[in-house]
Design a protein. Structure first.
Length: 268
């Protein structure tokens, strides 16, 4: 039985072939974000970045998972400054001082690679840089907690504790998710909570961890386009995302940057 045969609420335990499929899909997704590093700069539109990503994916024998997904029509989500997630690429140029999250999901040989990363446009303010650093730290603490015997709540507690200790807040309206041959499936990975809550983590589980951290309150609202989520108080927001698989001793990150470009600032 495969992922596609199951109800999306069922947690799938994958075998070695699943790990191989996810390594390849995750690497390609990460390569998209590596390629975009040279193009994220003042004056470039997010629509242009979207086209670059689309062409890159198609040229490598994969497809975008987000085009036509519930009416979405782009290969990327591009979330700038106070946009939390699901920002739609458009014709407005990036401005010096912006921070932007770029989220990509590809399908390669039936497996989904899903990842996102923050980028600096020019030289952002110190508070924006610190938020980006903090959010990356939250992601990695969540990944550190992702190991057999722990629960989903261990991940959420690690992320929430670190964010709130640094006077930031964790968005609760969106969460990580299981994936594999499906884009979204169980378990949901909430980025706040208590150790011991939620499903126990077992080898062979695949899911994303993708904390969204705000400088202000955690409250979000969806704009009229039905996709773009923004902070209600217009405070800055940042996000990082990796797809991982639980192993016998911890977890494997499928979407690490092949070039070591996992967090900004990136080399010129």
């Amino acid at each position: 039985m495969t992922d596609t045969d199951l109800d999306e609420r069922t947690i799938v335990i994958h075998d070695a072939a699943g790990f191989e499929g996810m390594r390849a899909a995750g690497r390609l997704a990460a390569e998209v974000l590596d390629m975009l590093v040279a193009h994220v700069k003042p004056g470039v539109t997010t629509l242009a970045l979207d086209r670059l990503a689309y062409d890159f994916v198609i040229a490598r024998g994969a497809v975008s998972a987000t085009i036509f997904y519930r009416g979405f029509s782009h290969a990327l989500c591009t979330s700038i400054n106070h946009v939390i997630c699901h920002g739609i690429p458009g014709p407005k140029p990036l401005q010096a001082g912006d921070i932007v999250n770029i989220d990509v999901t590809i399908v390669l040989d039936g497996w989904h690679g899903d990842t996102s990363r923050m980028y600096f446009v020019g030289d952002p303010p110190i508070k924006a840089r610190r938020l980006v650093d903090l959010t990356y730290e939250c992601l990695m603490l969540g990944i550190e907690a992702a190991k057999p015997g722990n629960t989903v709540g261990h991940i959420g507690e690690a992320i929430q504790r670190h964010a709130e200790k640094n006077r930031a807040s964790v968005v609760r309206d969106f969460c990580g998710h299981g994936l594999g041959r499906r884009f979204h499936m169980a378990p949901n990975i909430v980025h706040a909570g208590r150790a011991g809550e939620g499903p126990e983590l077992r080898p062979g589980m695949f899911f994303t961890i993708e904390p969204m951290v705000n400088l202000g309150r955690p409250d979000a609202k969806i704009l009229d386009d039905g996709w773009t989520a923004v902070t209600r108080d217009r405070s800055l927001s940042a996000q990082f995302e990796h797809s991982i698989g639980i192993t016998e001793s911890g977890c494997e990150i499928f979407t690490g940057s092949p070039l070591g470009l996992d967090r900004p600032p990136y080399p010129a």
